[in-house]
Write a protein that binds this ligand. Sequence first.
Ligand SMILES: Cc1cc2nc3c(=O)[nH]c(=O)nc-3n(C[C@H](O)[C@H](O)[C@H](O)COP(=O)(O)OP(=O)(O)OC[C@H]3O[C@@H](n4cnc5c(N)ncnc54)[C@H](O)[C@@H]3O)c2cc1C
Length: 407
Amino acid sequence: MPIDFEVPPEVARTRDQVHALVEEKFRPIARHYDDHEHEVPRDLIREFHRMRDTIPAKRGPATPGGTLGAAIYSEEMAWGDGALMRCLPGPGLGGAAILANGTPEQQRKFLARFQGPEPAFGAMAMTEPGAGSDTASIRTTARRDGDSWVLNGEKVFITSASLALEHTNGLVVVWAKVVSPGASPDEVRHATMRAFVIPAGTPGARIGKVEKKLGVRASNTSSIVLEDCRVPLDHMLGPPEIQEKRAGGFRGAMATFDTMRPIVAAVGLGVARAALERTRELLRQNSIEIRYGLSPARLTAVERDFMELETKVQATRLIIWRACWMGDSKQPNNLEAAIAKAMAGTIVAEVTRRCCEMAGHLGFSKKELLEKYMRDARLTNIAEGTGEIQRLIIARRILGYGRGQLK
Ligand SMILES: Cc1cc2nc3c(=O)[nH]c(=O)nc-3n(C[C@H](O)[C@H](O)[C@H](O)COP(=O)(O)OP(=O)(O)OC[C@H]3O[C@@H](n4cnc5c(N)ncnc54)[C@H](O)[C@@H]3O)c2cc1C
């Protein structure tokens, strides 16, 4: 059976273009936007929006080359800067949810918003104050009222939420439980979960707290408050019927995660690679070259450490690519996506931390981006499901347990 690990020439060409672009546009301003959290990089946003047809600035499976293409380009962009890449306009996670859950008509209608002359942001809101890892326990509700859905609840830690709702003509895909008026907490818990598109400017949807963060500080992260937020019936993604079985909408949410997890893993990998490359340069400035091909007995400890980290980065990339390839070829990839994400979360944290160690005081200094890489890398083990949750999914898949049997 032929297995081909070569990156197709057209994908490699675009990847190289992305590399040159982010080296020029991201690197020089990365420290500034890390230091000035909440300052919106407007020039960068406008510039990337103008180039959107030639540069795959938008993450997600809508990228040419499918999920694998998205992972390759995302790694490269995160190599440039893992925080600034999250500031770029495009459908983002919201687009992934629309593609995974929307009808063809809804996909056309909502994704058209990102083709306009002005930059627009997409976001996806699942997490709530009391519901992060356990997505089934979200309490945001959607109840039907005549020709509308009326949403109430609060979402927290949503990437690009305020850019999507307040600063551009974007949209947020909000996950909510479909309930009858006056539903009890127990009825809400067992109700069907569905995704709803909330366009910018919808009355009843407002931005709450804008987060101050440890890492990816250039990226906008905020809460969304929904108070009697009314949207037309066709803003509920997928078929209009509400199936009684809770699994209906939940499966759609999981499909979104299966697509996005390998991409989030690739983003982390780009940050780790940037840290490794800078560490190599710093070692070189101290006349330490990594000598490949020597027997282990003749290697210095720093050379051996460096090679070990390089190996881990390359192994993680192969696992990410496999998960993407399975998804793109329509094979179930829930297990592989979770493995890719769990492995990347661990490796990326280790690589960035050990690079800071190898660089000595420079690894602790703001003169270098290494300490920022270590902070930014932390997100790989949180977003789209924590490392613990990935391990839970892996265990369930391998042991053949359902959600109720292994929690
Ligand atoms: C920068 C940033 C951007 C984000 N962007 C988005 C976004 O765009 N949209 C969105 O919806 N969310 C977003 N999130 C939220 C993110 O998805 C959640 O933080 C994540 O799912 C974890 O949920 P939690 O924070 O509530 O932690 P909790 O679920 O409360 O978990 C706390 C700890 O307990 C562990 N834990 C929980 N349950 C189990 C279990 N069953 N077994 C073992 N361990 C367990 C977790 O692994 C974690 O270590 C973002 C978060 C960050 C930090």
